[in-house]
Write a protein that binds this ligand. Structure first.
Ligand SMILES: Cc1ncc(COP(=O)(O)O)c(C=O)c1O
Length: 492
């Protein structure tokens, strides 16, 4: 890669002066300095002498003279047929900071929001790819139709026009929003116009946009307890006053909260996260009625509907809402794979402009290439076929997981098998805390999540939340065996 070599050499003392008798010495000195202070790193390939000469506005013979000096002094080496490369500086004093201004400190402070976001972040291993088994929230990654996706991406690049490489509409491509509107009608009883759909990079992104345009510091927000920790951290960072609603076997129980004027209720009705409970019809009506009385919004995070509805399908809250109170969040990151970063939301009319404005002024729009491929994936019926395959695979793996987990870990845990969705909760029968177990398993690349971390009030929960289908049956069995061995060691 040849970056702006002219600027780099200038910063290291190269200047062009026609009165200068020996430009090559100046050029050699600038190169030497750049190598010693590591602006040019070991292994860096110098641009060809012809290119250097033209970039710097000097003759090629001048460049070659400077190169000769660098070769003689072993700052660079020549590789036959390939060019000149920077050598590792030997016994040379390396000065990394060439600035003469002393570093004094005294920088501007972070905003309150900046501090809050930093305090609420969880760093260790958060983004690591360690531990696909049994990380919650992953579909069967090994059956994703890579070849089909590749073909759709290739088709995109075959047809793309120069103007399509420019910026695009914040709310998303028309073709994807039309296909989505159709998909949502069929699968979620969601009847909406494509113009009401805003394509985002995922549910968390949608939630970020919605909560930022609605929340002031100290505004009340209602959340289920336990809940999705990232949503909790986001609302905390924005300074919300969070009220926890308990979850029972019918889902969110409104009788357990006391708040005056919440800005919104964040809920996961089709598959309560992480308990996997499906909200009953009665509770759904109660929630919509309560929201109307309180004049508030409901944020319906339908992150997992494809998996939670295959046995006894229930529509969405959005589909039951006649008052424009439900903000609907959907994602493809769960069904396809999380690295896709493609989701969507449907917001009441009065929120469309503010949400789009914040989106436009932050991340602009989701990748056009992925939007196009996703649109074709839906239109050509691949999504439907993939969904069926995912459901069959998940059903099979759930059985295998339950059987092996109970065989090997049954003494230590009781597995809750009634939940819907792609994860299961195992309640710990031992005194070892779930947080310690999470740590110990991760040391062996097994990722399980401590149930207690999903609670937003002090709690005595002690269990493991585990995604059961991201890896194949052989890996499921091997991983559970390993967990059994780790448990045995922990018990003694
Ligand atoms: C309940 C819930 N909502 C939303 C998300 C975020 O999904 P996305 O990857 O689309 O941001 C997750 C991810 O695990 C989740 O568990």
């Amino acid at each position: 890669m040849h970056f702006n070599i002219k600027g780099l050499l200038a910063r290291n003392g190269f200047f062009l002066d026609v009165k200068q008798p020996q430009i090559y010495v100046n050029l050699y000195t600038a190169f030497k300095k750049a190598i010693l202070n590591r602006s040019l790193e070991t292994g860096y390939q110098l641009p060809p002498s012809r290119v250097l000469a033209s970039d710097l506005g000097i003759s090629r013979s001048t460049v070659l003279k400077a190169i000769d000096l660098l070769l003689v002094e072993n700052y660079i080496i020549a590789k036959k047929g390939s060019g000149y490369y920077v050598r590792a500086p030997k016994n040379k004093k390396i000065k990394l900071h060439i600035s003469t201004i002393e570093k004094k400190g005294g920088y501007p402070t972070l905003s309150q929001k900046g501090r809050a976001f930093s305090e609420n972040a969880v760093w260790p291993g958060e983004d690591s790819i360690k531990g696909v088994a049994f990380r919650p929230g992953l579909p069967p990654l090994d059956i994703f139709p890579v070849q089909i996706w590749k073909k759709l991406i290739d088709d995109y690049w075959k047809r793309v026009t120069p103007s399509e490489l420019s910026y695009c509409n914040t709310i998303g491509l028309q073709c994807l929003r039309e296909n989505l509107a159709h998909y949502l009608k069929v699968y979620r009883n969601v009847h909406c116009h494509p113009d009401q759909i805003i394509v985002t990079t995922g549910s968390l992104h949608s939630l970020y946009l919605v909560s930022n345009i609605l929340l002031e510091t100290e505004d009340e927000v209602v959340m289920e307890n336990p809940t999705y920790p990232m949503a909790y951290r986001l609302f905390k960072s924005l300074g919300a006053n969070i009220h926890a609603a308990q979850v029972d076997k019918e889902g969110l129980n409104l009788n357990t909260i006391a708040c005056q004027q919440p800005k919104f209720v964040y809920t996961t009705p089709s598959c309560q996260y992480p308990t996997g409970i499906k909200m009953s019809m009665l509770r759904r009506y109660e929630l919509l009625k309560w929201a109307a009385e309180k004049e508030t919004f409901i944020v319906e995070d339908d992150y997992n509907h494809e998996f939670s509805n295959w046995e006894k399908p229930l529509g969405s809250l959005y589909g039951m809402d006649s008052q424009e109170r439900v903000i609907y969040l959907g994602t493809f990151n769960k069904l396809i794979h999380p690295s896709l970063r493609l989701g969507y939301m449907i917001v009441p009319q009065q929120l469309v402009d503010p949400v789009s404005a914040l989106y436009q002024q932050s991340s602009r729009f989701a990748s056009r290439q992925n939007q196009k491929a996703m649109s074709a994936f839906i239109e050509k019926d691949h999504l439907n076929k993939h969904l069926r395959k995912v459901i069959d695979t998940a059903t099979e793996r759930k059985e295998i997981f339950i059987q092996h987990f109970n065989n090997i870990m049954g003494d230590s845990f009781s597995l809750d098998t009634l939940s819907v969705g792609l994860h299961l909760i195992a309640h710990n029968k031992h005194k070892i805390t779930d947080v310690l177990l999470e740590e110990k398993f991760l040391e062996h690349n097994i990722r399980v999540h401590a149930l207690s971390k999903y609670h937003i009030l002090p709690n005595s929960a002690n269990g493991l939340v585990m995604g059961f289908c991201s890896v194949n049956p052989k890996q499921i069995k091997e991983t559970i065996l390993k967990m059994g061995e780790i448990m045995e060691r922990l018990k003694v």
